[in-house]
Structure formats: structure tokens, C-alpha cells
Design a binder for this molecule. Structure first.
Ligand SMILES: *Cc1c(COP(=O)(O)O)cnc(C)c1O
Length: 490
């Protein structure tokens, strides 16, 4: 059985000696372990070594192989009655063989999972696979922590940096968060809540494709720089590498929400980002059977605030601290649903991207459509950035480079908001829903749905006109999707 290292309950951030990496020597200093506990620690160390060896073995494999197998090896299967799928451990808590095992685990001296709010073996398989996929091709340690939703991941990836420390009120200006104005409606609302409830200044960047627009507002009071790429629903782009440099210059981490791209098309860590957040509810969990999220981070992130372990392993820090205390962990059942879809992520994203390209090209050529925003179109303002950052991992069937631009687009219908609603209401195959990244093609009007609550001004800031339709293209034959759009446009 795979287990997470680290038992959080006994741990405080001020006491790194109690962290998961505490050595037996440090433990001895803190009080002699009994021979029984000592033996439990040794058994735990052997398990950790086996996990590290399996991680190293899988890291040498290709993207699809990692997605299909993760860290669930034949040896793991034999320990689970031979099952070739990861076991579904729905139990809230772990049974220990003895008080020695329990003591070693709860003192963080041996790997354990203990309680499913914080860690769970099924979830750990998902997290290990996500970390390997997001860090694919990167010669660095990467860790992942899953959350109950994408919004929980956005919160967990930003809130630990927004502490109101002694500097505030001591003459220093307010801490600020710099973010792309084109972002998911829920993210816009969360950051607005940070402003209202914590006094954090939110600096929205409208012209995200221009690095100078970011550089102009990032300063020494910036705690975190956050960008969504491609953004939902505007497909906004930015230069990840340039933005990482700008953030790091002031000691702030760069967080990228790359839900729409997925690691099959883009891996921001490789370009200098510190943390990646995903809504696993979308394309990664493309069958649409669960709400879930993930925080994936390189080890050794940049941050001026927070304890050392926050910088050393941010994902683990979140799991053992904020997530433990606030409780937005992922349920094992949902984790299992997502893991099942994760295995086919690359081929699905490839397929949907090719379908989306066909639909976007058709829409662009139609006079009933004012404008199409799709990163794959040469007319799209962020096309060059998309071409630089988005490409199908491991290339096409022959291994040749394969530019792919994802499943999401938006378009404006000629004739204004009323004509847009009329066309939307005539759809017969494309679902009307506030969902995306699905095997089923889905459309929404963001101004009256996902981005309704941020108001007229917020929508103006994020460039979401009333006649904009967001379209997430799935696995149907594109000709049938096009035929539905054709009859709907009237
Ligand atoms: C949906 C979405 C989220 C929020 O994810 P949930 O799982 O719905 O909480 C965050 N970012 C982006 C880009 C999204 O599309």
C-alpha cells in the first residue's frame, strides 16, 4: 500500500523538527523511541525508499504510460489481492497493527495516511500521478495536493501568502495580489472576497499578453502573482516565462491556473511557474463524474512570506497545514473518478483539440459570427503565445511536434444579446450548461451564467460582452456540432 509521509496533527509550522523529514537522530533528541517504535520507523523508511524508487522508475517513462499506471506497480497490486486498478479506500481512518506503529506514524516518523480529511491511499495515487505529469520533462521534484474543487485549489494556492503580518499597519502599504483580469468567475469572486474580508489589494491586469502591464503593478508588497491561461471564457494568454521573472524579482511566486490547457498541452512549471492549479472537474476529469481540484508545486518555490516548509514543499505544506485545518480535501470516491479519466487525458485532449479547431475555423468563416476567440486561429491576439506554450506532449503518432489549442473557444453572435440568446436557445445537440472540458459539447452565455455575479463593471474588466457564447467542444464528430451551430444561428 502506498502511503503519504507525514502526519500533520502533531505538527506546527514553528516546529519543523516535527515535520515528515525529521530524522531518527532528531527524534532521539526529543525523547528516546522505544525499540518497538524504532522498528516501526525502520519499516516506514523502507516503504518510503520503495516509493521513491518507483517514482524514479516511472519518471523515465512517457506521458501516457505515467497517466495509465501512476505509482501503482505490480508489487502494490500483489499487496492488494492482485487488483490491477488502484484500490478504492473509502475508509475515513487507518487501522494500525500496534501502538508502536501508531506512535511512529503520529509522531511523523513513519509514513501513514491516518485520516482521510488529510490523506488517503486512493487520493495519494492520484496526487502522485498528477505530480509526475505536471513535472513531465522537468528534472526537479514536484508534489501535488488534491482539493474538493478547483476553487478550493485556487484558494489553497493563494491564501497561504496573504497573511496580515506585522509589517501591515507598521507603515507598509497593504499586501497585494496581482492577477489577470480575464479569469474564471469564481476566481474573480474569491479574490474580490480577499479584498473585502482581508484588506488585500487586488491589482487586475487587463492587457495580460503584455509583460510590461504586469511589471507596472508588481512591487515589493506583491505576495502572489496569479494568471489563468488560457482563460475561461476569453482564452486570454500571457508569457509565462516573462511573468515568472517579473514575480521572482520581488520574491513572489507565480501561480498559473492551467485548467483549460491540462498538462497534456502545457506544463507551466517547466517555464518557471512555482505553482499550478487545476480544476480536475473539467478536462482532466472529462467524463464529468466529480468535482475536484489540485495544487501542484515544484519544491523550493519563491516566497518572501511563510515558514520554510512552505517554500520547501508547498503542496505538502498545504496538505499538512491549511488543508488539514480548513477541511477542503477531496473525497476518495471523487478521486477515483478523476483518476480513471486521467489515464486517457492526452488522447482525449488531442481529439477534442482537433475537433475544436475544425469548429473554430467554420465559425470564423461564417458572417453570422462577429468574432471567434480560439488560440489556434491566426487571427487570435494571443496566437503566438499559444503556439509557443501549447503543444501536444510527446507529439503526434509519429512523434512529430503537434500544435494543439484545446477544447475551449468563445464567439460573438452578430445582432447583439437578443440574437445571441435566440441562437443559444435553438441548440439541439450542444448542451446548454455552465460546464466545460467534457466529452459532450457544451455552450453557455457567460454574461448570464458563470460571470453573472461579478456585475457589468467586472465583466467589462474581464472583456465579457453580453453577446459572447462560450463553447467547449468534446468528442462528437465535428460535422454534427457544426450542423447544430449552423441551424441555431438561423
Ligand atoms: C471551473 C474552473 C475553476 C473552478 O473549478 P471547480 O472545480 O468548479 O471549483 C477554476 N478555474 C478554471 C479555469 C475553471 O474553468
Amino acid at each position: 500500500m502506498l502511503e503519504t509521509s507525514g502526519r500533520p496533527d502533531a505538527r506546527t509550522s514553528e516546529d519543523p523538527a516535527r515535520g515528515p523529514d525529521r530524522t531518527p537522530a532528531a527524534a532521539a533528541q526529543a525523547g528516546e523511541p522505544t525499540p518497538g517504535v524504532e522498528a516501526a520507523i525502520e519499516r516506514g523508511a523502507a516503504r518510503l525508499e520503495a516509493t521513491a524508487a518507483e517514482r524514479a522508475r516511472m519518471r523515465a517513462m512517457r506521458f501516457d504510460t505515467i497517466a495509465v499506471h501512476g505509482l501503482y506497480s505490480m508489487a502494490e497490486a500483489l499487496a492488494n489481492q492482485g487488483g490491477i486498478n488502484e484500490p478504492a479506500i473509502l475508509s475515513p481512518a487507518q487501522h494500525f497493527a500496534s501502538s508502536d506503529d501508531m506512535e511512529a506514524a503520529l509522531a511523523y516518523l513513519a509514513p501513514s495516511w491516518t485520516y482521510s480529511r488529510i490523506a488517503n491511499p486512493t487520493i495519494t495515487y492520484l496526487e502522485e500521478a498528477l505530480a509526475l505529469l505536471e513535472g513531465y520533462g522537468l528534472d526537479e521534484e514536484v508534489s501535488a495536493t488534491t482539493t474538493s474543487s478547483g476553487m478550493a485549489a485556487v484558494m489553497m494556492s493563494t491564501s497561504p501568502f496573504l497573511t496580515l503580518d506585522a509589517a501591515v499597519g507598521g507603515g507598509r502599504p497593504r499586501p497585494n495580489l496581482v492577477a489577470s483580469a480575464q479569469c474564471y468567475g469564481g476566481t474573480f469572486m474569491l479574490f474580490s472576497r480577499y479584498a473585502a474580508e482581508r484588506g488585500v489589494e487586488i491589482r487586475w491586469v487587463r492587457d495580460a499578453v503584455d509583460p510590461a502591464a504586469w511589471a507596472a503593478v508588481v512591487d515589493e508588497d506583491t505576495r502572489v502573482v496569479f494568471g489563468e491561461m488560457p482563460s475561461n471564457p476569453g482564452l486570454g494568454m500571457f508569457d509565462i516565462a516573462a511573468l515568472a521573472t517579473i514575480a521572482h524579482r520581488v520574491g513572489a511566486p507565480l501561480v498559473v491556473d492551467s485548467t483549460v490547457a491540462t498538462p497534456a498541452l502545457m506544463r507551466p512549471l517547466e517555464h518557471g511557474a512555482d505553482i499550478v492549479v487545476h480544476s480536475l472537474s473539467k478536462a482532466i476529469g472529462g467524463s464529468g463524474l466529480a468535482i475536484a481540484g489540485a495544487v501542484v508545486a515544484r519544491h523550493g518555490i519563491t516566497s518572501r512570506v511563510g515558514p520554510d516548509e512552505l517554500r520547501e514543499n508547498f503542496a505538502l505544506h498545504v496538505k499538512l497545514g491549511p488543508l488539514r485545518d480548513m477541511g477542503p480535501g477531496l473525497t476518495p470516491f471523487s478521486g477515483l473518478m478523476v483518476m480513471n479519466d486521467l489515464r486517457t487525458m492526452r488522447s482525449r485532449v488531442d481529439h477534442w483539440s482537433r475537433n475544436a479547431m475544425a469548429v473554430a475555423a467554420w465559425l470564423e468563416a461564417d458572417p453570422r459570427v462577429l468574432e471567434v476567440r480560439y488560440p489556434g486561429l491566426a487571427s487570435f491576439p494571443g496566437h503566438d503565445l499559444a503556439a509557443r506554450y501549447m503543444t501536444l506532449v510527446d507529439g503526434d503518432a509519429d512523434g512529430a511536434p503537434a500544435p494543439r489549442f484545446g477544447h475551449l473557444m468563445s464567439f460573438r453572435v452578430a445582432g447583439g444579446a437578443r440574437a445571441t440568446r435566440a441562437a443559444f436557445d435553438r441548440l439541439r445537440l450542444v448542451w446548454r450548461a455552465t460546464d466545460l472540458g467534457r466529452v459532450k459539447t457544451i455552450a453557455t452565455i457567460p454574461a448570464i451564467s458563470t460571470h453573472q455575479q461579478q456585475g457589468e463593471e467586472g465583466r467589462e474588466l474581464a472583456d465579457i460582452p453580453a453577446d459572447l457564447v462560450r463553447l467547449s467542444v468534446g468528442g462528437e464528430h465535428p460535422d454534427d456540432v457544426i450542423a447544430d451551430l449552423d441551424q441555431a444561428l438561423g
